[in-house]
Design a protein around this ligand. Structure first.
Ligand code: PGA
Length: 248
């Protein structure tokens, strides 16, 4: 069974609403590929204008974050029902920047994954090791533990519909991409972990992205690997290069 490719931009804390609308217009003719799922994960304040700007295109909109309660006294937070009402389909969960700067633990991320599914959002669940873990050759065990903890209580059907992104922290925003073989090794390991936790059907269905300094120059080689079904793109998602990645 062929898995459909999914290329997602993670805009991070970039792009004012005005800049966001201009970027969508710039990218419009470049990302128009019916064979690929294209997603823009954008800052909360850009969601409404970007949903409007991508109308009539192949692009879906994702959020970079949300909170696990539906409503109430949680100043500054945004809920799943708010995202859905605004037209959001995907949400990034467990990005290393949220884990590191905002103290999000696997226990909390598991709650977010369960809440996303319960609400009807598709999680893009990120995992990845630090340079220190890579150098001590402890990365495989680490990734396995992250996946198991973050997916606790998630059903096989839910896993089949989700996206997992392997993002080695040492490759994010550093210009230091994992080699295609390094990325493939871990994406295969994630798929094997899913097969062990669930079954081979589920493992064959789940889409696994690579992320970390993916760009127009290295995308084709990374995407040629059997277990890499797409990319989660930071810096290069803010430029016309994103179109080249979609079409790689
Ligand atoms: P990068 O970011 O492409 O700028 O390395 C990827 C990410 O953090 O998702």
């Amino acid at each position: 069974m062929a898995r459909r490719r999914i290329i997602a931009g993670n805009w991070k804390m970039n792009m004012t609403p005005t800049e966001a609308k201009a970027l969508v217009e710039t990218l419009k003719p470049l990302v128009n590929n019916p064979d690929v799922d294209v997603v823009y994960c954008v800052p909360a304040i850009d969601i409404v204008p970007v949903v409007e700007a991508v109308k009539g295109t192949n692009v879906e909109v994702g959020a970079e974050n949300f909170y696990i309660e539906d409503k109430g006294a949680f100043t500054g937070e945004i809920s799943a029902p708010m995202l859905l009402d605004a037209g959001v389909k995907y949400v990034i969960i467990g990005h290393s920047e949220r884990r590191e700067y905002f103290g999000e633990t696997d226990e909390f991320l598991n709650k977010k994954v369960l809440k996303a599914f319960a609400s009807g959002l598709t999680p893009i669940l990120c995992c990845g090791e630090s340079l220190e873990l890579r150098e001590r050759n402890a990365y495989k065990e680490w990734i396995g533990l992250q996946i198991k903890a973050d997916l606790e209580g998630v059903t096989a059907d839910q896993v089949k519909s989700m996206v997992i992104a392997y993002e080695p922290i040492w490759a994010i925003g550093t210009g230091k991409t994992a080699t295609a073989d390094q990325a493939q090794e871990v994406c295969a390991l994630i798929r094997n972990t899913i097969a062990e936790m669930y079954d081979t059907d589920t493992a064959e269905a789940v889409r696994i992205q690579y992320g970390g300094s993916m760009n127009a120059g290295n995308a084709a080689e990374l995407l040629s690997k059997p277990d890499i079904d797409g990319g989660l793109i930071g810096g290069a998602a803010l430029k016309p290069d994103f179109g080249q990645i979609v079409n790689a």
